[in-house]
Design a protein around this ligand. Structure first.
Ligand code: OGA
Ligand code: MN
Length: 203
C-alpha cells in the first residue's frame, strides 16, 4: 500500500515551486503488477489515439500529442490498477488535508507512448481562474527505462526547466494551473497513469 502522507519537503516544494516528485510510491512489487496490467491493455489494443482540444474541436495531431489512452473508472475493481486508483484517492485526501488544496473528485488516465519519437508538446493541464483541474499526479511504469529511451517529463516552473525520468514507481505531483510541461520524444515504449484532481464543488 502506498505511503500517502506527505513529507515536509514535499509540501514545501509544492507550495513554493509548484511541484514535487517521489522516487517510489507503491513499492516495487505493486509497481510491477500495475505495469504488467497496463502493458497488457496497451498490447491488447484497448487504448486509442489521444486527441487535443483546439477551441471547441477535438482533433488528432500526432506531432503535438502522440500517446494512446484509456480512462480508468471507479467501477473497476480487483485489479492492481484499481488498487492504484485507491492510492490516488488517498493521495488526493492527503493533499487536501496537509497542503490545503481542497480537492474533490479525480479522473484517471492510462497513457502509452509507442516510441518512435512520440511526444506531447508543451502545455498546461488547466488554465488559471477556471474551476477545473487543480492538481496533476503522474505515476510512471517503465521498469527498463534508460536515458536512450527518452520520454522525459520536462516541467517549466519559475526559475528554469526540470526534467523527470519516467522510471518505474515514480510519482510526480504538480499544480495544474501553474506548471507548464511537456513529454520529450520517447524512443522506447512509455507507460504512465495520470490523475487530474478537480476542486471541491467542480462538476
Ligand atoms: C498529460 C501529460 C505527462 C507525462 O497527459 O497531460 O502531460 O509525463 N503527461 O506523461
Ligand atoms: Mn499534461
Amino acid at each position: 500500500m502506498a505511503l500517502t502522507s506527505l513529507g515536509d519537503e514535499e509540501i514545501q516544494s509544492l507550495g513554493e515551486r509548484g511541484w514535487f516528485t517521489r522516487a517510489s510510491f507503491l513499492g516495487e512489487a505493486d509497481a510491477r503488477a500495475v505495469h504488467a496490467e497496463a502493458k497488457a491493455r496497451a498490447e491488447a489494443g484497448l487504448l486509442r489515439p489521444a486527441g487535443i482540444r483546439r477551441g471547441a474541436d477535438h482533433t488528432l495531431d500526432r506531432d503535438t500529442r502522440g500517446d494512446f489512452i484509456s480512462w480508468v473508472t471507479p467501477e473497476e475493481q480487483g485489479s492492481a490498477i484499481a488498487r492504484l486508483r485507491e492510492a490516488f484517492a488517498a493521495l488526493g485526501e492527503t493533499l487536501s488535508a496537509e497542503a490545503y488544496l481542497g480537492l474533490g473528485r479525480f479522473d484517471l488516465q492510462l497513457a502509452w507512448y509507442p516510441g518512435e519519437g512520440a511526444r506531447y508538446a508543451r502545455h498546461f493541464d488547466a488554465f488559471p481562474g477556471q474551476s477545473n483541474r487543480r492538481v496533476t499526479a503522474i505515476y510512471y511504469l517503465n521498469p527498463d527505462w534508460v536515458p536512450a529511451h527518452g520520454g522525459l517529463l520536462r516541467l517549466y516552473p519559475e526559475g528554469g526547466a526540470v526534467d523527470v525520468a519516467p522510471t518505474l514507481d515514480r510519482l510526480v505531483v504538480f499544480l495544474s494551473e501553474r506548471i507548464e510541461h511537456e513529454v520529450l520524444p520517447a524512443q522506447g515504449s512509455r507507460l504512465a497513469l495520470t490523475a487530474w484532481y478537480y476542486g471541491r464543488g467542480a462538476g
